[in-house]
Design a protein around this ligand. Structure first.
Ligand SMILES: Nc1ncnc2c1ncn2[C@@H]1O[C@H](COP(=O)(O)OP(=O)(O)OP(=O)(O)O)[C@@H](O)[C@H]1O
Ligand SMILES: [Mg+2]
Length: 226
């Protein structure tokens, strides 16, 4: 999954570079006293082609995820989270981020793909670690809570970073939307695809401080027997 995402990011970077360099070329052409409009038109067409290529790569990724999510097992969501914490341990230590857990006991089992769900939790927590680079080291903490709600199991991941502006709460889930210089803007769209492929959702919920991301993962009749 992760390798696949990296491969896709790599593929997407190529058309994006083409968009940027062709865009700059257009600006240069247009700054001339009598610009060659045919050349401008051709270059804009190349920009559109590159944009279409990137869109195709991303939508293929969604289809691949949906297919892979067919491979499922009965899972204890707290176990999956524990594995995600293990993977993140070096990043948590390096950034001095505390982890505060409130995990419900005896949650119903959930039918799902363990590797993908783990990846989704890692992506969201990595974002929290990155978001909290801007606050003092001793305040950095991630709060993870699990429990049941009428819609299924919920997993809430909260941090004390700058938070997400209300008018960005959907944009951040768009592929390639990033505010980080080294970000690809793929972590959240991938995580949301994974939640949705499990019949669930991933949203950012309003917070007075920091950011709160909430996964809802429905429990199906076949999965709820322990
Ligand atoms: N916990 C958070 N607090 C504040 N902003 C956040 C948080 N999580 C995500 N964001 C915003 O959403 C954007 C998109 O996140 P996403 O994970 O999709 O991409 P990214 O982290 O920028 O890059 P990558 O592809 O490496 O994950 C981030 O660049 C950031 O602006
Ligand atoms: Mg990210």
């Amino acid at each position: 999954m992760l390798n696949e995402a990296i491969a896709i990011a790599h593929e997407v970077k190529q058309p994006l570079t083409a968009v940027i360099s062709n865009g700059n070329y257009c600006l240069r052409l247009l700054s001339e006293s009598s610009p060659n409009l045919n050349e401008v038109r051709e270059t804009i067409q190349e920009i559109i082609d590159a944009g279409n290529r990137a869109t195709l790569i991303i939508s293929r990724m969604g289809a691949d995820l949906a297919r892979q999510c067919q491979e499922r097992a009965a899972l204890e969501i707290n176990d999956i989270l524990s594995r995600a914490f293990e993977l993140l341990r070096p990043e948590l230590d390096r950034s001095g981020t505390d982890l505060a857990l409130e995990l419900a006991k005896n949650l119903p089992l959930l039918m799902g793909n363990p590797v993908q769900l783990q990846q989704a939790f890692v992506n969201v927590m990595m974002n929290s670690i990155e978001a909290m680079r801007s606050i003092p080291g001793q305040r950095r903490a991630i709060f993870v809570e699990t429990g049941t709600s009428p819609k299924g199991i919920f997993v809430e991941i909260r941090d004390l970073g700058p938070g997400v502006l209300a008018n960005r709460s959907e944009r951040i889930f768009e592929p390639l939307f990033t505010t980080r210089t080294d970000g690809l803007g793929l972590g959240l769209p991938i995580s949301r695809s994974i939640a949705e492929a499990h019949g669930g959702s991933l949203t950012v919920i309003p917070a007075t401080e920091g950011a709160i991301f909430q996964f809802i993962l429905p429990i199906t009749a076949e999965s709820s027997h322990r």
